[in-house]
Design a protein around this ligand. Structure first.
Ligand code: SAM
Length: 371
């Protein structure tokens, strides 16, 4: 096995964090414990204390509480999820850019409950992915007479992006679609000339400057052509057009960074048929010590294949991946193998220890099934 040449910084988590002082006396903040291998770091510390220290995320894999009593600290119902997630969502919004994608894992009810909070904080819903664990998940044990419903064998993973907002001359902010139309209008040029600007029959008016739901983001070359045309032929008093700083138009490179990265591998849809982890991938750990009721150490362990798909689709090599609620830290494992820089947090020492051992012993090949 080829090991990374960089010496790993290794400090194993030994004890859970000190509980907060009950009598109001200030308690010293717990010393951060972390383990790093190559560009993947796992912290034995709560995520909310780390966000300010982590680099700007290109991808956030958020697999936190579901309100299903699924792991120590999970809520018992979905009711409290909004209050629980609020500080996290606010921090994700503050630290993200238009290049960032958020993958929000939950039950369907947990996601529906938290969706308004995400929307309120600038996250735009893109798609909902259904993880279908298959019949093996219930193994004939579903007591449908009592439960009065069909057996549930799914979780969801919702994809969100954080589109940029543009300052409006009238005050407030505009979406990219409204801002593009506004800039063209401001130039005083007829809408149809946008097609000439882009050298297309009608794609500019039909896609890039349309007011309806068929709007598309203009690719950087089309955007630059629109801007150059408006600056050359538009009303001289309003120049520069398509600018954010009032001095020069946005460049192709800047424009390219104004949306989230995405590359879809052939054959992947929004239905992910994948059994729950088993065999070599399932981490059993010290269940007896945990007095744990699940077959595996963590009741919510995600298949590496699914996490890998999301990271691969929305990041490039070297990009920062956040995994605020690590569990067994699948994003750290995938990021390590894909050459991304991951930052994971976990507060239960048994989970953190297992995650560290997993990262420490993981091979550097992309053969994710053989962990
Ligand atoms: C749904 S599980 C994650 C499972 C993980 N995706 C996996 O495949 O192993 C959520 C985890 O978040 C941890 N957690 C809860 N609150 C946290 C916080 N504030 N900071 C860091 N981790 C937290 C829990 O201990 C739990 O292990």
């Amino acid at each position: 096995m080829t090991r990374n040449t960089a010496t790993p910084v290794r400090r194993m988590p030994v004890e859970p964090q000190a509980p907060a002082a009950r009598n109001g006396a200030a308690s010293p903040s717990p010393r951060p414990e972390s383990f790093q291998r190559a560009k993947s770091t796992i912290h034995f510390q709560s995520a909310e204390t780390l966000y300010d220290l982590w680099p700007t995320p290109v991808c956030i894999v958020a697999d936190g509480p579901y309100g299903l009593s699924g792991f120590p600290g999970d809520l018992h119902t979905a009711k409290g999820l909004v209050d629980w997630y609020r500080p996290h969502v606010e921090a994700w919004s503050a630290r993200s850019t238009p290049e960032t994608t958020l993958w929000f894992w939950n039950s369907e009810l947990g996601w529906a409950t938290v969706h308004p909070l995400l929307a309120e904080n600038g996250w735009e819903y893109r798609s909902c992915h259904i993880w279908d664990k298959g019949l093996g998940h219930i193994a004939g044990n579903a007591n449908t007479r009592t439960l009065r419903k069909f057996p549930v064998v799914t979780e969801v993973c919702a994809q969100y992006v954080k589109p940029p907002r543009f300052e409006s001359a009238a005050g407030g902010t505009l979406s990219m679609q409204d801002w593009l139309r506004g800039e063209w209008r401001r130039s005083g040029l007829p809408l149809r000339l946008a097609n000439d600007a882009c050298g297309v029959a009608n794609a500019a008016t039909r896609k890039y400057l349309t007011a309806d739901h068929l709007w598309y983001y203009p690719p950087p070359d089309a955007f630059v052509r629109l801007a150059a045309y408006a600056n050359e032929r538009g009303d001289p008093s309003g120049k520069p057009y398509f600018s954010q700083d009032g001095r020069r138009s946005i460049t192709a490179e800047q424009w390219a960074r104004m949306r989230a990265k995405f590359q879809c591998p052939a054959g992947v849809t929004n239905v992910w048929r994948q059994p729950q982890v088993s065999g070599k991938q399932r981490i059993n750990g010290d269940r007896q010590r945990m007095q744990w009721r699940y077959k595996s150490l963590h009741g919510s362990q995600k298949p590496l294949e699914l996490i890998e798909t999301t990271i691969r689709a929305t990041t490039d090599a070297g990009d920062a991946v956040w995994e605020p609620f690590g569990g067994l830290c699948p994003a750290a494992i995938c990021a390590f193998r894909l050459g991304r820089a991951s930052h994971s947090a976990e507060i239960v020492s048994e989970f953190c220890r297992a995650a560290v051992e997993r990262l420490d012993s993981c091979r550097e090949s992309l053969d994710l099934l053989n962990v």
